[in-house]
Write a protein of this length. Structure first.
Length: 294
């Protein structure tokens, strides 16, 4: 069920693409958001049912969240004709080309959360012919109903063995200490999804991997195995959200991912990944997790 969220202008700041809400624009107008139905509340549920033959009830099937419909309702303070014209142009051009933009809401209680949205209906500024204070409304749709927080990241190189214990107590010129050698590295990185919805990790690999690499999620044993070579200067990006594998944000390298057991992190779940790249000494794995909320 959708909950209406009342947001005092002095406490909440939001942006919709390039459009600023609840702060004075340089052009001299103020768009004060009063309510945002669909933002705080949870999205709807889509669930199909199959009747039981010759029995009461239905077969139980999993439900899925629908997209999130968000309506921004407020008042526009338009003290001059120039401010009125600027506000009209800003509202009418917000996400007008049909592409997705970022809705970012900075709330003193819930923090900074964002969602990717597109325009659902045109904006409305009734009575815009003369300066004054008028209601406005913008309606957007988030195809992905999750709201996302600040991205967390961690990095690791390939596993490296540590040094052994050296007995230098009685050698000539010894200072009489035990030397444990250089510290090793386990080649693992751990991150936690502190949100209430599942989220998709993103992996970025740099450095030299002449024989490919693998990423293993320790908790589940699921693996991603990349068979192609990676040379210094290249960047390979694996995105769990859509299963894409790209080279330098352009070339598709999905055919080189010979094992693809993707893992999403659920509510409050911690993921631990082991990075291995045979024959490499400088390969680096960067893992990113963006906590998500319903």
């Amino acid at each position: 069920m959708t909950t209406l969220y009342k947001m005092p202008a002095s406490q909440m700041v939001a942006t919709l693409g390039a459009l600023q809400l609840n702060q004075w624009a340089p052009e001299g107008y103020f768009l004060k958001a009063l309510r945002m139905p669909g933002w705080k509340g949870t999205p709807g549920v889509r669930k199909d049912t199959t009747p039981r033959l010759w029995a009461h009830g239905d077969f139980s099937e999993r439900g899925w969240r629908t997209g999130r419909l968000i309506t921004i309702e407020g008042r526009a303070n338009l003290p001059t004709e120039a401010a009125l014209l600027a506000a009209h142009e800003a509202l009418s051009s917000a996400l007008a080309d049909g592409t997705e933009g970022m809705l970012v809401v900075d709330d003193p209680i819930f923090g900074v959360l964002h969602a990717s949205v597109s325009l659902a209906t045109g904006s409305d500024l009734p009575g815009w012919e003369v300066p004054g204070i008028y209601p406005f409304q913008i309606q957007v749709t988030a195809a992905d109903p999750r709201k996302y927080g600040q991205t967390l990241s961690g990095s690791t190189g390939v596993p490296v063995d540590g040094g052994g214990l050296g007995y230098d107590l009685y050698t000539v010129g010894s200072t009489g200490v035990l030397d444990y050698g250089a510290a090793g590295s386990p080649g693992i990185v751990s991150l936690t999804n502190v949100g209430t919805a599942d989220t998709a990790p993103v992996y970025t690999i740099t450095g030299s991997c002449p024989n490919g690499f693998s990423i293993t999620e320790i908790g589940t044993g699921r693996r991603l195995v990349y068979a192609g070579a990676v040379i210094t200067g290249q960047v390979i990006r694996l995105d769990t959200a859509d299963g894409s594998v790209t080279l330098d944000d352009d070339g598709d390298r999905g055919a080189q991912l010979v094992r693809r057991e993707w893992v999403r992190l659920g509510k409050g779940q911690t993921g631990t990944w082991l990075f291995e790249a045979p024959g490499s000494t400088n390969a680096l794995l960067k893992t990113e997790v963006t906590p998500a909320w319903w």
